[in-house]
Design a protein around this ligand. Structure first.
Ligand code: 4AD
Ligand code: MG
Length: 466
């Protein structure tokens, strides 16, 4: 018989139906009346399916002692209305098959709650916990909503390369790709096995991308609005709860958009994703609110109910200066806003997401549009309570001469950006875009504290194992 998933069985299957399902045992309890009660979970939802197994079921005596926490089972039987208050139906098992044992003494996931630190050590088993199952489902829902949002607006999904020669952010935080295949390497004086980081991608220097933006701009300036959705790599040695060495980024890019259009797109986008999760992952979102952070649902509602406040960088600095707070990192026009400043603005002052725009040009990459004041660029960051920056974006500099001088000012070699400059030589148009960090969005939605816990396999300076 075809396997049924547990989520639809619990939600809508009619009592009396005969079904086959399979999953992993959460708990087993044997009654004195010759029944075993087993809680079975298959990851399709938070809830377990209760199995009622009569000791008269064929093979019961041999199998039941192996039905321990963590073991896997396939069962068939009849769904019946459940007398318990916790579930609508339960499965009265007619046949059961043990698929895989799990030594009860050695299985690392015990009934007690484990710390997230401990679960990070067992990344191969943590998806079997309630929290990590819920995160996987919410992540899936977010990814789908992202595609829905852009597809509904006729943005084309474009795949940009992961191996690249251009440092989009100009911050020198790229991982180098090496092949050791430069045919001339020995002539250049390199010993066998010695790495020549500047030439080792088949004789050229290449890196893992920090952003697909520059390549995204190529398509936006040809086919109209586009978005990218892919892994991104940053070799920044920052051990924080907000940074990963490998994270996923979504980068829309739209021709004829100016900064105000970009800000509106970002706001609509975040709200769309939140609505999708509240609608399609209601049970998981409730779980995060009950068990992880009891402000999750009210924060989501608050975000949906208000327009994101637009605050210029200059106004933000003035507010911080007037706040009367003593900052660990002193505030003055020209500083990079620190976590403490972002938190005060979003959590204490505005109490909602804000979009800070028009940053000092010295703080931002070469590609951002220079304002007439000569001091600021058309950048925007979306800051949200608890997480801080989740989106960074800008209107792009589309004037050739200004862009050339910005490259020079940033110490970048214009020759390396010849194709990027060509876009400004031939039919240049105003255009804008932004990048959303997927994991930061998941932090916002779930109330989880550490970015290592919202990606299946976190890559950080100390962690690259499975
Ligand atoms: O602000 P960033 O560096 O912007 C860009 O890369 C632009 N090229 C985007 C664009 O305009 N197309 O990164 C964008 C977002 C940040 O706001 C943050 O959410 C996330 O990416 N991010 C990280 N997330 C996890 N770990 C890291 N190390 C991150 N660095 C950036
Ligand atoms: Mg940024």
């Amino acid at each position: 018989a075809a396997l049924s998933r547990i989520a639809p069985l619990l939600k809508s299957a009619a009592p009396g139906t005969t079904v086959t399902t399979a999953g992993w045992v959460r708990t087993r309890r044997d009654s004195k009346q010759g029944f075993s009660f087993v809680e079975l979970n298959d990851g399709s939802c938070m809830a377990n399916l209760q199995l009622v197994i009569d000791s008269g079921v064929p093979g019961y005596a041999d199998v039941i002692k192996h039905v321990t926490t963590g073991s896997s089972l396939r069962v068939s039987g009849e769904l019946k209305e459940s007398p318990g208050a916790n579930q609508r139906v339960e499965l009265h098992v007619q046949s059961l098959e043990l698929l895989g044992e799990a030594d009860a003494d050695k299985y690392p996931l015990q009934k007690k709650r484990h710390s997230f630190e401990f679960l990070r050590e067992i990344a191969h088993l943590r998806p079997r916990t309630n929290t990590f199952g819920a995160i996987a489902r919410v992540r899936n829902c977010v990814c789908r909503a992202i595609h829905d949002f852009f597809q509904q607006r006729d943005f084309l999904h474009v795949q940009t390369p992961l191996i690249t020669t251009s440092d989009c952010e100009g911050a020198g935080e790229m991982f180098t790709v090496t092949t050791l295949l430069d045919p001339d390497r020995e002539a250049k004086g390199f010993k066998p096995g010695e790495i020549d980081y500047s030439h080792d991608f088949f004789g050229k220097k290449a890196s893992l991308t920090v952003s697909g933006q520059l390549e995204g701009e190529i398509f936006a300036c040809a086919v109209g609005p586009i978005y990218t959705f892919g892994p991104t790599f940053r070799a920044e040695n920052s051990n924080t709860t907000r940074h990963l060495a490998e994270f996923w980024m979504i980068e829309p890019e739209a021709p004829f958009y100016e900064l105000v259009d970009d800000m509106q797109l970002a706001e609509d986008f975040i709200k769309f994703v939140i609505r999708a999760c509240l609608e399609h992952c209601a049970e998981d979102m409730q779980f995060f609110n009950d068990r992880i952070d009891n402000t999750v649902l009210s924060t989501m509602q608050n975000i949906l109910d208000h327009q994101f406040k637009r605050v210029s960088y200059t106004e933000a600095v003035a507010l911080l200066e007037k706040s009367g707070k003593t900052w660990e990192y002193p505030v003055a026009w020209g500083i990079n806003l620190q976590a403490e400043h972002e938190r005060w603005l979003t959590e204490d002052h505005f109490k909602q997401p804000i979009i800070v725009y028009d940053y000092p040009r010295t703080l931002k990459p070469f590609y951002m549009y220079c304002n007439d004041d000569g001091k600021t660029v058309r950048a925007m960051d979306v800051l949200v309570p608890r997480v801080g920056e989740i989106i960074g974006g800008s209107q792009r500099e589309h004037r050739l001469d200004v862009l050339e001088s910005r490259l020079a000012e940033s110490g970048l070699d214009p020759a390396a950006y010849w194709w990027y400059l060509d876009l400004r030589r031939y039919g240049s148009v105003p255009h804008s875009g932004f990048g959303l960090g997927l994991e930061r969005m998941i932090l916002l939605l779930t109330g989880m504290q550490n970015i290592r816990d919202v990606i299946p396999f976190p890559r950080t300076p100390k962690n690259a194992e499975f």
